[in-house]
Write a protein that binds this ligand. Structure first.
Ligand code: HEC
Ligand code: HEC
Length: 238
């Protein structure tokens, strides 16, 4: 355990040195370069290379750095960095097999062969997490969102997001995705899709039953707060 920690720390230092030049460029653009997810080191470099080649068409929406876009007033494109590779594979499979539907995304999932899904997931999981300026929101809305995310609302059977999405909502394995720092418009779109019965690929209907108990304002609030949180646990300040 101790060795693994020391290892990952020295790898991280190497990485920081390597990305220093790019870090400066990112600072100039007003965006943050926030390091790698914990699983990035375990990925197969050849899979990452194959995955990169298979994502040429994806950049149009998810952007070259995988950070997606909030797209206020239009269809949001989710951030793919900071997501567990197993979760990415599941979602791509669900799109391909029609368990999750979206007219913009589905044709691109269909372009990928089954044996490319893990490669694409490895590629996005390997990328540094880059974030844009967080979307601003009124303090009261943020406070309500924080309360729902961390404590839920027991009177209305709304379970706290952290109880499944893990400490800091950074995700647990490939089943419970990282929702921290995801674009608020995308979080809203997904919660509304579950509420309306348009997204139904969640195991045991766990998300559907929560989304159905949330009001539109609850949804706006929790999305606004989550959207302002750091994508990776190491960037937590509290
Ligand atoms: C035309 C825009 C567009 C392109 C190009 C595109 N996507 Fe998407 N993608 C979307 C949208 C929109 C969603 C959200 C769909 C929804 O609301 O269910 C999405 C969702 C996803 C998700 C699920 C993310 C999550 O958090 O659940 C993955 C994974 C993904 N895309 C991967 C890819 C890959 C890999 C490619 C290229 C092969 C690609 N996308 C190309 C628009 C696009
Ligand atoms: C009982 C467990 C559970 C709780 C509590 C829970 N979630 Fe989830 N959530 C899940 C699971 C499982 C998935 C993955 C669904 C899938 O595989 O498609 C998910 C997926 C999501 C996604 C989609 C992420 C993506 O990248 O597409 C969003 C957004 C989300 N949850 C928001 C929330 C919010 C906000 C709360 C708190 C109000 C919450 N969840 C509470 C289990 C839970």
């Amino acid at each position: 355990m101790l060795d693994a920690h020391v290892d990952s720390e020295s790898t991280m230092k190497d990485q920081i040195k390597k990305s220093f030049g790019r870090g400066l460029a990112a600072a100039a653009l007003g965006v943050g370069l926030l390091g790698h997810a914990a699983w990035a080191e375990e990925l197969d470099p050849e899979a990452i290379e194959r995955g990169k080649a298979a994502t040429v068409a994806c950049v149009a929406c998810h952007q070259a750095d995988g950070s997606g876009m909030n797209n206020e007033g239009a269809e949001p494109w989710p951030r793919l960095t900071g997501l567990h590779p197993d979760y990415i594979v599941t979602q791509l499979k669900d799109f391909k097999e029609g368990r999750r539907t979206n007219p913009s995304m589905q044709p691109f999932a269909n372009m990928l062969a089954d044996d490319q899904l893990a490669d694409v997931a490895a590629y996005y999981a390997s990328l540094e997490v880059v974030t844009a300026e967080p979307v601003e929101a009124p303090a009261e809305l943020l406070e309500r969102g924080r309360e729902l995310a961390l404590n839920g609302d027991w009177d209305r059977y709304i379970v706290a997001c952290v109880s499944c999405h893990g400490p800091g909502n950074h995700g647990v394995g490939g089943t419970f995705p990282n929702i921290s720092g995801q674009h608020p418009a995308y979080i809203v779109a997904q919660l509304q899709a579950w509420k309306a019965g348009e997204r139904e690929n969640d195991p045991l209907g766990l998300m559907k039953s929560i989304a159905q108990r949330m009001t539109d304002e609850d949804i706006q609030a929790v999305a606004a707060w989550l959207g302002q949180q750091p994508v990776l646990p190491e960037n937590e300040t509290e």
